[in-house]
Design a protein around this ligand. Structure first.
Ligand SMILES: Nc1ccn([C@@H]2O[C@@H]3COP(=O)(O)O[C@H]3[C@H]2O)c(=O)n1
Ligand SMILES: [Zn+2]
Ligand SMILES: [Zn+2]
Length: 245
């Protein structure tokens, strides 16, 4: 069994030197796209891949750096290739993703009037393990981000935590490591300022050593090069590099 991760981008919502924090999870011959932000179509083109190479897309929450590329994805698949993308997403996001984000661009009278008319939708619930492929299972965990906006982190194969955008949750991270035996944490990381809607580097550095050493940093700003030596045991993951998980 082989599990790898290739980030299409590792930047935060406003980064200009990095694409949006979206990833390709490669489980043997199955590919899951985790989030599809504004820059995802260009990032796919840059690494020489097509959305046709993706078996399914998963959405963590509704911000443009995580869903802004879905209109292009759906339209090219449908009108250029005659295909439909499988879309896995938390059940609470199904209605707002259509009504608040995609309807404006994708609605077509008598043809496309809901998310299920243009995607093959699987709504997900927290606490349930979904088998997406022989070597890939996923659980979603509701994690805080913006008041009133649902956001969901991922537990991959019950051993890797992939954070959505989230505020600092030390108790969750510690219990995932010490009680659930998680062996890797991919975490969003705000390099400066206070963590109002994201987790800051300073907060992650305050975690106990046994948790810190499992953390890889993503969703960072263009200031990242100035922080390379300031992250302790935690390393930045880089976009487009394929990491064996
Ligand atoms: N209350 C908020 C809401 C949003 N934001 C910024 O907008 C970005 C949207 O994408 P993100 O990746 O969640 O990061 C958010 C903040 O930078 C913010 O800083 N404060
Ligand atoms: Zn984001
Ligand atoms: Zn966000």
């Amino acid at each position: 069994m082989s599990l790898s991760l290739q980030m299409l981008g590792t930047g935060n919502a406003f980064a200009k030197n990095y694409f949006n924090n979206n990833g390709l999870l490669l489980a043997d011959d199955y590919t899951l796209l985790i989030d599809c932000g504004i820059t995802a179509p260009l990032a796919m083109h840059t690494i020489g891949k097509s959305f046709r190479d993706v078996n399914a897309t998963l959405i963590t929450h509704i911000h443009a750096d995580h869903v802004g590329g879905l209109e292009e994805l759906a339209l090219t698949l449908k009108h250029v290739y005659g295909k439909t993308m499988k879309l896995h997403l938390p059940e609470t996001l199904v209605e707002p993703l259509w009504n608040n984000t995609l309807k404006g661009g994708l609605y077509q009278k008598d043809a496309v009037a809901s998310l299920t008319d243009i995607f093959e939708v699987t709504p997900m619930k927290p606490g349930i393990t979904y088998k997406l492929a022989p070597s890939l299972s996923l659980e979603i965990i509701h994690t805080p981000h913006i008041p009133g906006k649902d956001s969901y982190s991922l537990l991959i194969n019950n051993e890797i935590f992939y954070s959505a955008d989230m505020t600092f949750q030390p108790d969750l991270l510690i219990s995932l490591v010490r009680e659930r035996g998680i062996r890797m944490i991919l975490h969003d990381c705000q390099l400066g300022g206070s963590g109002v809607v994201h987790t800051t580097l300073e907060e992650l550095l305050s975690l106990p050593e046994d948790v810190r050493r499992l953390i890889k940093l993503m969703h960072y700003s263009d200031e990242q090069p100035q922080f390379v030596w300031l992250t302790g045991e935690m390393e930045f993951i880089e976009q487009h590099v394929i990491y064996k998980l």
